[in-house]
Design a protein around this ligand. Structure first.
Ligand SMILES: Cc1ncc(COP(=O)(O)O)c(C=O)c1O
Length: 407
């Protein structure tokens, strides 16, 4: 059996991969088993923001792996403090809970918010509510899918966890109306990634900060995908000059080689955790901490935030200039764009398959959106090369079928 047949035979079918078998990566490039090179316009949903197998990350990984990897948090280790210290410095927050995957860090935030609401705010035990947004994506665990609005993520997985209240994304008035004396927190993505790179109205985040302050509600931002340079700022919350009470980070925090996540918050929030109340065998291990710290240093020292801002503006300008009937809308910020394909002409999946044929790797989200989010290290020439191919795909889709539809 070849690689695709083997994976299909032995893996659960919870993914529908594009038909390419990858075997090697470097920077913004990936190679398949036949030796063909692709430009990565996906970067593993921001997990590979540093590019693939960056020598700095690799050096930190191998040096630490040769020293100490997983002693558990039954003991202190000499890598965790410096890593969490840097996270606090960057976010302007006080303390962090290290985890592994994004969903675990979201679960951590939910537990922290609930306990804070009982022990600090004084909500009656068991009554806490967290306000979330329609179209959210915060991961796949049972509690997290309990407040998803996507039927596919929930179907057959109930009963669900109560305690969440839904409001439309980007609608400040609806959110304020949803606040009750039982509201512990607001938990939202600053830009919704999986929903199709949905950018909220300007001022919404600052408005959230005001409303949360007025009602003594925690503002918790899930920056698992938007954080660490993706939007052209270290964190998307900086675009509106605010600071949340807690921020959830993951993906790029692992430098593209390990799962590393964290919930970083004000001391008052993290202090609700007492020994034994929360934890993870692998969370905060020195291997993850060493890689995470190097990932943060690399973003700063290689100017990746600025690169995302400048190249991102260029990418969005080019996308907006692509006049094709197949392209209905372009949204995004920094090196992160969602291109909405007209479903009457093609599915986003078909667009991604055509991109693959031309040597560009992307992935659809929902039926209609092609996500374009290259590693932040991408060279301008590679970005332009990939965008040229995207334009050619739009031309194919819009040119032939667009004319057929018009006729
Ligand atoms: C905003 C956001 N939060 C949480 C997650 C979940 O992260 P993980 O897949 O590492 O659990 C994702 C994953 O795409 C995400 O985009």
């Amino acid at each position: 059996m070849n690689a695709i047949e083997l994976e299909t035979r032995y893996s659960a079918h919870n993914y529908a991969p594009l038909p390419v078998v990858l075997t090697r990566g470097q920077g913004a490039h990936l190679w398949d088993t036949a030796g063909r090179r692709y430009v990565d316009m996906m970067s593993a949903y921001s997990a590979a923001s540093h590019g693939h197998v960056h020598p700095r990350i690799l050096a930190a990984l191998t040096a630490q792996a040769g020293r100490l990897a997983v002693p558990s948090r039954a003991y202190y280790n000499d890598r965790l403090g410096p890593f969490l210290g840097e996270l606090c410095r960057l976010t302007g927050l006080d303390a962090a809970v290290p985890m592994n995957t994004g969903a675990e860090a979201v679960e951590t935030a939910i537990k922290a918010a609930r306990r804070w609401s009982y022990r600090v705010k004084g909500i009656a035990h068991g009554a806490a509510e967290i306000i979330v947004a329609e179209g959210n994506f915060h991961g796949r665990t049972t509690a997290v899918i309990s407040f998803s609005t996507e039927p596919e993520y929930r179907d057959g997985f109930g009963p669900f966890t109560p305690g969440f209240r839904m409001v439309p994304f980007g609608d400040l008035a609806a959110l304020e109306r949803a606040i009750t004396p039982q509201t512990a927190a607001v938990l939202v993505e600053p830009i919704q990634g999986e929903a199709g790179v949905i950018v909220p109205p300007q001022g919404w985040l600052a408005g959230l900060r005001r409303v949360c302050d007025a009602h003594r509600v925690l503002l918790i931002l899930d920056e698992v995908q938007s954080g660490l340079g993706r939007t052209g700022a270290w964190f998307a919350f900086e675009h509106e000059g605010i600071r949340p009470d807690g921020v959830i980070l993951g993906k790029a925090l692992g430098g593209g080689v390990l799962p590393v996540s964290a919930f970083v918050a004000r001391r008052e929030v993290t202090d609700v955790f007492t020994p034994g109340s929360h934890g993870s065998t692998f969370g905060g291990n020195p291997l993850a901490a060493a890689v995470g710290l190097e990932a943060l240093y690399m973003i700063r020292e290689e100017g990746l935030v600025e690169k995302s801002r400048v190249l991102g503006a260029h990418m969005l300008e080019r996308l907006h200039a692509m006049a094709s009937p197949a392209l209905k809308e372009v949204r995004g910020r920094g090196l992160w764009a969602g291109a909405e394909i007209d479903p009457a002409l093609a599915s986003a999946r078909e667009a991604c398959e055509r991109l693959l044929e031309k040597g560009v790797l992307s992935k659809e989200t929902h039926q209609t959106v092609v996500r374009l989010a290259p590693p932040l290290v991408i060279a301008r020439a590679d970005l332009d090369w990939a965008l040229d191919r995207f334009e050619a795909v739009l031309h194919e889709l819009g040119g032939t079928r667009g004319r057929a539809r018009a006729a």
